[in-house]
Design a binder for this molecule. Structure first.
Ligand code: BGP
Length: 477
């Protein structure tokens, strides 16, 4: 079976990495604002270094992002020119509820997203909206401790009720939490966690994850009640683990690492914690405060589809002295058969097909690839017509190989796939490093790592290539 005629080709962004305008439109401060560029970034993302406000002497790339807030019309016109069928973006929670716990939402924030959605619709683009992409109002972190506190479930329910009501008919595709398994790796981003000395980190992470899972199930319920046309998906940072060698111990280690990631999706897709998860909690001494209502809500409100990001497969060994690699916040064993990007992320198109097959075998629900791509340094050159471009053949090569891989999963393996939205379709701030120079886009944005540049947009070579890919529904690669 070839790709469906209505296959959703598009691209993905997130508010915190592109919107900017952090003080405009009544927006409140969010965790993502106070994550600086530079050596302390990682410890802030880990919840170890507490940075609760904009401190002097630091550069915070999210505050201005790529200024999508003021450029959205121009940007959506460019996406329309490429023939996008869908555009993945996220809501900044603190634009809607600046502190997170107000009685009434902020009309200016609601209006901004309404304008964006209407602009998408002008070009026939279906918005695909992540409700929470690493985003939490700072006040909820200071006053309640972030997602550790069950209070956030109620506040999230309120947020989604406002969103589903206001955007009924304008948006049909929703994702509840971006890369929910990222809680384990970047807990300040994933759940607004800031640890105190001696705190049991596993307890905090899994308790927060439970609250997010319950909130996610509530969102499914509320979305369906408000508009039966709504489709709600979970979202995981995917990429199967390979055993480094065929030693049973390595195979078993890979199984364990896959389960660590799948746990969350198991709950969202099946409606209950798997047996291995309960055993893991016992071993870790983690207590999940599961109420009878939680149990019912989880069971009755599983997701409509499984969305995921895929940058690479992962590898693990029990042996010592084997090289390490880091990709998308996951440390692992270096796979000697794969090449790496300039940032050391390994490249494995077949791994996408493997990952899709294992997700589809496991859940039997439609899949949606909502992130994939190559972060690379780009050189802006003259296009010979008085403007600029980037000859990004390396990006085309990466994307082509991954498209071939997902087409094989669909056409040869029978996996149901709704769409493909490569990451950072327009250059934006890197989540892991805070750099602008780690670029993923079809559209170049003139902005440097130090905040220099005038935000001008330029079409790269991949822009024209992707336009043809979409027009031919993936036939012309
Ligand atoms: C995912 C995030 C995105 C994005 C992407 C690329 O983990 O969902 O927000 O940034 O990875 O990562 P990076 O920006 O670090 O290159």
């Amino acid at each position: 079976m070839p790709l469906k005629k209505d296959f959703l080709w598009g691209g993905a962004t997130a508010a915190n990495q592109c919107e900017g305008a952090y003080r405009e439109g009544g927006r409140g401060l969010a965790n993502v604002d106070v994550i600086p560029h530079g050596p302390e970034r990682r410890s802030v993302m880990l919840g170890e270094r507490h940075m609760d406000r904009i401190e002097d002497g630091y550069y915070y790339p999210a505050l201005e992002g790529i200024d999508f807030y003021h450029h959205y019309k121009e940007d959506i016109a460019l996406l329309g020119e490429m023939g996008f069928k869908t555009f993945r973006m996220s809501i900044g929670w603190s634009r809607i509820f600046p502190n997170g716990d107000e009685e009434e939402p902020n009309e200016e924030g609601l209006q901004f997203y309404e304008n964006v959605f209407r602009e998408c619709r002008r070009y026939g683009i279906e918005p695909l909206v992540t409700i929470t992409h690493f985003d939490c109002p700072m006040h909820l972190i200071k006053a309640y401790g972030g997602w550790k506190n069950r209070k956030l479930v109620e506040l999230y329910k309120k947020l989604v009720t406002v969103l589903f009501t206001r955007y009924k008919g304008l948006v049909h595709y929703w994702l509840t939490f971006n890369e929910i398994n990222m809680i384990l790796h970047l807990p300040f981003m994933g759940a607004g966690l800031q640890f105190i000395e001696g705190e049991d980190k596993n307890q905090a992470k899994y308790a927060s994850a439970h609250h997010e899972l319950v909130a996610s199930a509530w969102a499914v319920k509320i979305a369906h009640e408000i508009d039966p046309e709504n489709k709600v998906g979970c979202m995981m940072a995917a990429g199967n683990y390979y055993p480094y060698c065929c030693m049973p111990e390595d195979v078993w280690a890979a199984t364990g690492k896959d389960r660590e990631n799948m746990l969350f999706i198991d709950v969202q897709a099946r409606g209950y914690y798997p047996a291995y998860g309960k055993k893991m909690f016992e071993k870790l001494g983690v207590h999940i405060d599961m109420t009878p209502e939680d149990e019912r809500i989880l069971r009755e409100n599983t997701v409509d589809f499984i969305s995921f990001s895929y940058y690479s497969s992962r590898c693990i060994t029990t042996q010592e002295n084997v090289g390490e690699t880091i990709g998308n916040a996951f440390k692992g064993t270096k796979n000697p058969y794969l090449k790496s990007s300039q940032w050391g992320w390994q490249i494995d198109p077949l791994g996408l097909r493997i990952t899709m097959n294992s997700l589809y075998d496991r859940y039997q629900k439609p899949l949606f690839i909502v992130e994939n791509g190559l972060g690379a340094k780009d050189e802006l050159v003259s296009d010979g017509k008085g403007s600029f471009t980037v000859n990004d053949d390396y990006r085309i090569e990466y994307l082509r190989a991954h498209i071939e891989a997902f087409k094989a999963a669909v056409e040869e393996d029978g996996v149901e796939l709704w769409g493909y939205t490569p990451w950072g379709c327009i250059d934006l701030v890197s989540a892991s490093t805070g750099e602008m120079s780690k670029r993923y886009g079809f559209i170049y944005v003139n902005r440097g790592d130090d905040g220099s540049g005038d935000f001008s947009r330029y079409r790269k070579k991949s822009f024209y290539w992707y336009k043809d890919v979409i027009a031919s529904n993936g036939e012309k690669l």
